[in-house]
Design a protein around this ligand. Structure first.
Ligand SMILES: Cc1cc2nc3c(=O)[nH]c(=O)nc-3n(C[C@H](O)[C@H](O)[C@H](O)COP(=O)(O)OP(=O)(O)OC[C@H]3O[C@@H](n4cnc5c(N)ncnc54)[C@H](O)[C@@H]3O)c2cc1C
Length: 410
């Protein structure tokens, strides 16, 4: 959906750049709180617009993100992890459920709400520059018909992807390809999502797992994922997916109805959230991707809520999407994985086996107390993690020589 650009007029209070998970989430929050003057600028169809994706997150029902329920494709009350030895651990993270949205459904839902909000307009244009002005900031953009527009605003929230990524000590990528499969016979249990299935051959560096989200007894999203330094070719993902579907899941005869592929940076880089007095970065560009898991969606929605609340008080504040302790622990884990000091499949399998599931998911959302985190830490390979923690402060964060490998797919 797109509405005609307003001709130049009074400055907006807020301009949001980028209409993905973060930009839409913030626009939705501001519309819901009746914010009087918001422009959302999203790139027109073309290379800047990411392909359709699925976004998963866990949520308390009712309670968290109920307003997006209409766009939820599926949800699961039980989660399963398979160790490399084939042993399965099935857990019930009640009161949390795991939920899946498709980005196109989310976009449709939010755009329909924005269309009913008199204070919000949506502009299809490419944002070229964002710079500060005496009264705030200005976004210069180009419309699909080649016109240049200048959008002055009191505050700008920018979610355009960052290239290259900031300096880091560890630069891994969570990269994956998934098939939406339709099997000839019923093969899936729609109640159970397989979060990590380590029964796949493990790469020489990093780790690999299957991920299965059943949508019906004969339909599922089946993914092959690696945490490593470089994405694979489509042919290599397809070979891994064929092996996983045929030899591990024994799906029998199936058709692939559509494909999703992506790469998410897993890095201990520091992401600036404020690039000028009135200019903020949000979303992945502002560090909302949790380094150790790649999950981003729920964090950006929580952050949007906080930004909308701050704007209601008359000033903008963008709280950090993840706490310091969470980022410090993730930095240790990423380096321990990257150096091969810990065995990734054993590490994650042990966490699911030994930590109560609701606590583990809350931990991944940064919602645990130091005491709970201490007890989770004791369930990890303590010696290897401690050694890594002790060396991290002495390692410099280095700039990448080339764009982060995880950005090639985006
Ligand atoms: C395939 C895939 C699956 C994922 N699955 C999950 C998941 O299940 N759960 C989870 O929590 N996270 C997931 N992630 C990670 C993360 O949630 C997503 O990457 C999420 O889209 C990040 O939100 P964002 O708003 O920061 O960026 P995006 O959603 O990528 O939005 C950026 C927006 O900026 C716009 N844009 C870019 N350049 C310009 C420009 N110059 N002018 C105007 N607009 C511009 C683009 O059109 C786009 O709409 C996934 C990522 C990928 C790639």
């Amino acid at each position: 959906m797109s509405r005609e650009p307003r001709t130049p007029g009074p400055p907006d209070d807020v301009v949001i750049v980028g209409g993905g998970a973060a930009g839409l989430g913030l626009a939705h929050r501001l519309a819901a709180s009746g914010h009087p003057s918001v422009t959302l600028v999203d790139a027109p169809e073309g290379p800047l617009r990411p392909p359709e994706r699925t976004w998963c997150y866990w949520a308390r029902r009712p309670g968290d993100f109920d307003e997006f329920d209409e766009a939820v494709t599926a949800s699961w009350s039980r989660l399963r992890v398979h160790g490399t030895d084939g042993h399965a651990i099935t857990v019930d993270p009640a009161p949390l459920t795991y939920r899946m949205l498709r980005s196109a459904d989310f976009e449709r839902l939010v755009h329909s709400r924005l269309a009913r909000s008199p204070g919000v307009r949506v502009l299809r244009a490419t944002a070229d520059t964002v710079h500060r002005t005496a009264d705030g900031a200005e976004v210069r953009c180009t419309t699909p018909d080649g016109r240049t527009l200048s959008l002055p605003a009191r505050y700008v929230f920018d979610s355009r992807p960052r290239r290259p990524l900031p300096p880091a000590r560890t630069r891994l990528v969570q990269h994956f390809r998934g098939w939406f499969v339709h099997t000839d016979t019923d093969r899936f249990d729609p109640e159970v999502a397989d979060l990590m299935d380590f029964r796949v051959p493990q790469p020489a560096h990093g780790l690999a797992f299957g991920y299965v989200l059943p949508l019906a007894p004969d339909r599922a999203l089946v993914e092959y994922t690696e945490f490593s330094r470089t994405p694979l070719t489509p042919a290599a993902y397809d070979a891994a997916l064929t092996h996983y579907s045929r030899d591990v899941l024994a799906l029998g005869s199936y058709t692939v109805e559509s494909v999703e592929q992506g790469a998410i940076p897993m890095t201990d880089a520091r992401f600036e959230r404020r690039t000028g007095p009135s200019v903020f970065r949000i979303g992945t560009a502002g560090g909302a991707t949790r380094p150790a898991t790649g999950y981003t969606f729920a964090a950006v929605q929580r952050q949007s809520r906080a930004v909308a609340a701050s704007l209601r008080t008359g000033r903008a504040a963008v709280p950090p999407p993840h706490g310091r302790r969470a980022l410090a622990m993730d930095a240790v884990l990423l380096r321990a994985l990257d150096t091969g000091r810990i065995n990734g499949p054993d590490f994650f399998t042990a966490l699911f086996r030994r930590v109560p599931p609701e606590r583990l998911l809350r931990f991944l959302d940064g919602g645990t107390s130091p005491r709970e985190e201490w007890s989770i830490g004791l369930r990890t390979p303590v010696r290897a993690m401690l050694r890594t923690a002790l060396e991290l402060p002495f390692l410099p964060r280095r700039s990448p020589f080339a764009p982060h490998p995880g950005e090639r797919d985006r």
